[in-house]
Write a protein of this length. Structure first.
Length: 266
């Protein structure tokens, strides 16, 4: 674990690092997986990567967990750092007494990752910085989309589970439209995964409000739109996991996302 100061944000974070079993016995470099929401997601991703390596012959990886800001609750930190905009209308409330609600700082947090966290990992570990994975879920996937649609080469591979595309009335659809108008390519590989139960309840009218969102349909819309542009450098997969919901689907997204790029030898 390493402490990292974000001077522009005036906050402190931590990165958790899990090295492969063979790390001390070789001089080779390893693909590196960066995962948001490290407080819960880092041990999950680390465990899955280790198990796939040991039992399925997948290539070993370094796993890096991205913590919440020190002194912040998880809800406060991720809501601020992972969301791409401040909604014009919202009813969010701060869960930290004496501090106002904070939203929409994903662009600033993404710069912190690119300018400070990635160089730190490159300096201190034998990471193959030409094979970097971004792993996010829910709001973490909004951050991934923010990076993908602004500076896609920050990571080579994106594993994005259950993105909250309803956020701010579907603002990421607007961001995608702006990107497509300005660029002819989107150089990245993207694996989208979502639970089959993340659909709108029968009888409800679909909208881009959180309580009326059909997250599966939203992701299918985004996937279809990206596919329609025929970006030559974009490799993309989407999988809907039947009988899984927003809480249960993450391990499956990680497993299938990693195996889509790092196939097992067995």
């Amino acid at each position: 674990m390493r402490d990292v100061r974000a001077p522009a944000l005036k906050r402190d974070y931590q990165v958790f690092v899990a090295l492969p079993d063979s790390y001390r016995d070789t001089t080779r470099r390893y693909p590196v997986v960066f995962v948001t929401d490290a407080n819960y997601a880092f041990p999950i991703v680390r465990g899955i990567a280790q198990r796939l390596t040991k039992h399925a012959g997948m290539e070993e990886t370094i796993v890096v967990g991205l913590s919440y800001a020190q002194g912040d609750t998880g809800v406060y930190s991720r809501r601020r750092d992972y969301t791409p905009s401040v909604p014009r209308k919202h009813d969010y409330r701060s869960d930290m007494p004496g501090r106002p609600v904070a939203l929409g700082e994903a662009a600033a947090y993404a710069r912190f990752l690119k300018d400070q966290v990635l160089p730190l990992v490159a300096k201190h570990y034998r990471a193959d910085m030409g094979r970097k994975f971004f792993v996010g879920h829910s709001y973490g996937s909004l951050l991934g989309l923010q990076i993908l649609l602004t500076e896609p080469r920050t990571f080579e591979h994106y594993i994005l589970g259950s993105p909250s595309l309803w956020y701010d009335g579907g603002v990421m659809f607007d961001r995608e439209n702006v990107y497509s108008e300005r660029h002819r390519d989107l150089p990245a590989s993207v694996f989208f995964g979502i639970g089959g139960l993340e659909r709108l309840a029968p009888g409800k009218k679909r909208s881009r409000a959180e309580e009326e969102a059909d997250m599966v349909a939203d992701l299918q819309d985004l996937h279809g739109t990206l596919k329609s542009h025929r970006y030559p450098g974009l490799r993309m997969q989407m999988k809907v996991f039947a009988d899984e919901d927003h809480a249960s689907v993450f391990p499956l997204v990680v497993t299938h996302g990693l195996r889509s790029v790092l196939p097992s030898k067995k």
